[in-house]
Design a protein around this ligand. Structure first.
Ligand code: NAD
Ligand code: TYD
Length: 368
């Protein structure tokens, strides 16, 4: 493997066997679907996922069963905190790249119950790093790509953007746990010489997102005629990225990012929450053949989230310049695809919201 410049490889990394953690979640499943569909990617994939409330094997249904793909793909239900399990999988499957998506991912949940966030995001990443370190000590290098968030950088005022060198300033239990995991990854690279890359991405949206996050929650509530809860004054700003564009960025960084590098990923797509909701309502109304004014009447201003970060905005110039990445979906196209998907997959939303998926899981995998 050779270095093109300080940041990129001239000869791309070509993993023959990848361990993907959190591959049954929203972004991890997009990564697996897009990799298995890409003729240029021949890597075998082991998906390690605990199937928490956010993990759902339906997210991969229809993408992993075909014989050619089934031969390249396997699923293991397990916990990233189980270092012995991670080590065993790395050895058994001769893994040369580990792509780490698994996490507790929702800010509101982290405010109500931070413990799971510390355990999974901090201790889970620690166990992953220890497993990779043990493999290295045994003479087998595993490259680790760690998936993180722009929320580690804190909150911006009306102007400015996060760049890769922006100082960390996490302000929620979620972002603090992700920041801790990022620091551990960098410390292990520095101290033990592990080969690592890291990406910090803005808010994702798209198919299979758990309907607790803003966009899928609002679409589901529109369909059920439920209130659309806007926190505070609705003027908080997020930068939105279509999930498959994020998955593509992760693959580019994994294959072409030099060890020790970090990459910001964003949609160049800043929106105030309330503006976003108005746009979304127009699209949902058109698809549902409903009156947009009736949906707007569902908007309900509710008590603000404690410590609610005001604005996130990513400067993704580095990944655009050095790796040629660019988001393929502008917000209009992405939101259209997301709403169309939701209408075609009402069953998925209903099962997730009603708990029917959990019952299936308990029957097939045992209660946890
Ligand atoms: P998600 O909540 O949809 O999925 C998380 C997955 O991890 C689930 O399948 C869950 O079952 C699994 N998991 C949780 N704890 C586990 C454990 N202990 N062991 C094994 N598996 C476990 O999350 P997501 O939105 O797909 O986010 C994926 C990653 O991307 C996370 O690291 C998150 O911090 C990061 N990220 C997310 C966003 C976003 O907008 N969603 C933006 C930037 C970065
Ligand atoms: P969210 O999807 O939870 O992502 P994050 O907190 O990681 O950015 O929220 C996106 C924005 O939408 C955030 O400013 C909080 C706001 N929000 C609401 O106003 N109402 C809601 O019901 C939710 C879930 C979020």
């Amino acid at each position: 493997m050779s270095h093109g410049n300080a940041e990129t490889l001239t000869v791309p990394r070509a993993p023959s066997s990848m361990l993907v953690t959190g591959g049954a979640g929203f972004i991890g499943s997009s990564f697996i679907r897009t990799r298995l569909a890409d003729p240029a990617c021949t890597s075998r994939i082991v998906n390690l996922d605990l199937l928490t409330y956010a993990g759902n094997l339906e997210n991969l249904a229809g993408h992993v069963e075909e014989p050619e793909r089934a031969g390249r793909y396997s699923f293991v239900r397990g916990d990233i905190r189980d270092q012995a399990l991670v080590e065993r999988l790395l050895e058994q499957h001769k893994v040369d790249a580990l792509v780490h998506f698994a996490a507790e991912s929702h800010v509101d949940r982290s405010i109500h119950g931070p413990r799971d966030f510390i355990e999974t995001n901090v201790l889970g990443t620690f166990a992953i790093l220890e497993a990779v370190r043990a493999r290295k000590a045994a003479g087998h290098d595993v490259h680790l790509h760690h998936v993180s968030t722009d929320e580690v950088f804190g909150s911006l005022g009306d102007t400015g953007f996060f760049v890769e060198t922006t100082a960390y300033d996490p302000r929620s239990p979620y972002s603090a746990s992700k920041a801790a995991s990022d620091h551990l990854v960098r410390a292990y690279a520095h101290t033990y010489g592990l080969s690592t890359t890291l990406s910090n991405c803005s808010n994702n949206y798209g198919p299979f997102q758990f309907p607790e996050k803003l966009i899928p929650l609002m679409i589901a509530n529109c369909l059920e005629g439920k209130p659309l809860p806007v926190y505070g004054d609705g003027q908080n700003v997020r930068d939105w990225l279509y999930v498959d564009d994020h998955a593509e960025a992760v693959w580019l960084v994994l294959t072409r990012g030099a060890p020790g590098t970090s990459w910001n990923v964003g949609g160049r797509n800043e929106k105030k929450n309330l503006d976003l909701l108005h746009e979304l309502i127009e699209v949902v109304a058109r698809h549902a053949n409903k009156d947009a004014a009736a949906l707007r009447a569902l908007i309900t201003f509710v008590k603000d989230r404690p410590g609610h970060d005001r604005r996130y905005a990513i400067d993704c110039g580095k990944i655009e310049r050095l790796l040629g990445w660019t988001p393929r979906h502008d917000f209009g196209a992405g939101i259209e695809a997301t709403v169309r998907w939701t209408f075609a997959n009402r069953g998925w939303i209903d099962r997730v919201r009603s708990g029917a998926y959990r019952e299936w899981l308990d029957t097939n995998y045992g209660k946890r």
